[in-house]
Design a protein around this ligand. Structure first.
Ligand code: PMV
Length: 321
């Protein structure tokens, strides 16, 4: 086969990845946990043919420069594995806004890893696909397996991959993403990872990560929402403390971001099962039990500064379509 199309979901991290021990290989300084976001996806088609160079279009817009280089880097790894020289045409579409605090790069590189390896005639294992996706964007490693996913930091390159800890139907969690800013973030995560070590708090964050991972994994497996909400908020706050104290400092939050934190904690104290987490952006992922999603969405929409709310359940694995 010379053409293949794959679909992958973005994911939201509950225990965050922030900082690499090897930036080129995207080997993380700590493990992380996430869930895939159902309903949101990137669909990517890769065709190896006789064109002179790789080409990339995202949402029908031609992409060149750094964006294309990052894709060619993955295609080069695939060409090497498959022992082929053909250049590729890559067309990709997202059904959610890029740069809006939903990691579009995670879905993008997961779909690219699957589509390009299949188009090149390779049938990689889930772990190998996760490793390949990781080389494009660390969090993309977690968009390969289904449902609730853990990315082990691993001992080396081949060992740093993600696997499912529970299928999508294990627990009916819903992510209500409160959009407070849809502008493209100023500092992307690749640059952020590179300066994470300049924060004096990063060492403490990393040293304590195995404890947080264990608590989060157990809370998911036991469906203990209270423990889950407490650990995801704690982990998100720790990562943002590192971001704010790095050099240069990264402040992703807007005032509406902080207002949502206060509201979510009040709602939880009064019995609504909700917790918040924020990636490298201003938008707040408010995680709740499925039964409460309508109520949470309604309340979020009333908060000044919230322009929209995206709602997503737990998503499946990346797949060939
Ligand atoms: O995969 P990257 O390089 O876009 O980094 C993702 C970083 C966070 O979204 C902030 C945390 C995470 O684990 O997804």
């Amino acid at each position: 086969m010379i053409t293949a199309t794959a679909l992958a979901h973005p994911n939201i991290a509950f225990i965050k990845y922030w900082g690499n021990r090897d930036n080129a290989l995207r080997l993380p300084v700590n493990g992380s946990i996430s869930m895939n976001l159902d309903g949101l996806f990137t669909r990517t088609t890769v065709s190896f043919n006789s064109t002179k160079r790789d080409s990339l279009s995202i949402n029908k817009q031609e992409v060149t420069g750094k964006g294309l280089d990052r894709v060619s880097y993955i295609l080069d790894l695939v060409r090497k594995m498959a022992n082929i020289n053909e250049r590729a045409e890559v067309t990709s579409e997202n059904n959610f806004p890029a740069g809006a605090g939903i990691a579009s790069s995670a879905a993008a590189f997961a779909a690219l890893a699957l589509a390009s390896s299949r188009a090149a005639g390779l049938t990689l294992s889930e772990a190998q696909l996760s490793v390949l996706a990781r080389r494009g964007s660390g969090s993309a490693s977690r968009s390969i397996p289904a449902g609730f996913v853990e990315w082990q930091m691993g001992k080396d390159e081949a060992d740093s991959y993600a696997f499912s800890i529970a299928p999508a139907d294990h627990w009916n969690l819903v992510d209500c993403v409160a959009i407070v800013s849809s502008s493209h973030k100023k500092t992307g995560s690749t640059e952020g990872h590179a300066i994470a070590g300049t924060s004096p708090l990063q060492n403490a964050r990393v040293t304590d990560a195995p404890r947080r991972i264990e608590i989060c994994r157990n809370a998911i497996l036991k469906k203990d929402f209270e423990a889950f909400a407490n650990i995801i908020e704690h982990d998100s706050d720790i990562m943002h403390s590192v971001m704010m104290t790095s050099n240069p400092p990264l402040m992703y939050w807007q005032s509406a971001t902080v207002e949502i934190f206060h509201q979510v904690r009040e709602w939880r104290a009064s019995g609504l099962p909700v917790g918040y987490t924020v990636d490298a952006g201003a938008n707040v992922h408010v995680i709740c039990l499925g039964d409460s999603a309508k109520e949470v969405e309604k309340r979020l929409r009333k908060i000044p500064g919230v322009s929209d709310v995206l709602v997503a359940g737990v998503g499946g694995a990346a797949k060939v379509v």
